[in-house]
Design a protein around this ligand. Sequence first.
Ligand code: DGP
Length: 113
Amino acid sequence: MNCIFCAIAGKEIPSDIVFEDESVIAFRDISPAAPVHVLIIPKEHIASVREISGTNSGIIAHIYEIAVQLAKELGIFDKGFRMVTNCGEDGGQTVGHLHFHLLGGRSLKWPPG
Ligand code: DGP
């Protein structure tokens, strides 16, 4: 499978890693949309949030725990931040490996475009 985020998780492609454990890796987005913009992904290839079910949903809770920890470490916990996962064409997903954007460091607008 030709997946850029699998390649990042496997260290075949370099990235600015801010967190890693046995099931998750987090790295800075190559095209940051905010002063803090980190992508948190499962190491296992899951194409999108559409593929989440009772058998693999535990990874989502784990990713949110890591997001809170990273928000503290990266200095965006107190003022607030946003976690976003884009899904499919209309959702604006451009990489077909489940990922959560952790964004902060500025006042974010709503609704998204
Ligand atoms: P999305 O549009 O939700 O699928 O977000 C994909 C994000 O992935 C986008 O913000 C740019 C980022 N990205 C794409 N390729 C790379 C890469 O090779 N390295 C890093 N660090 N980020 C990437």
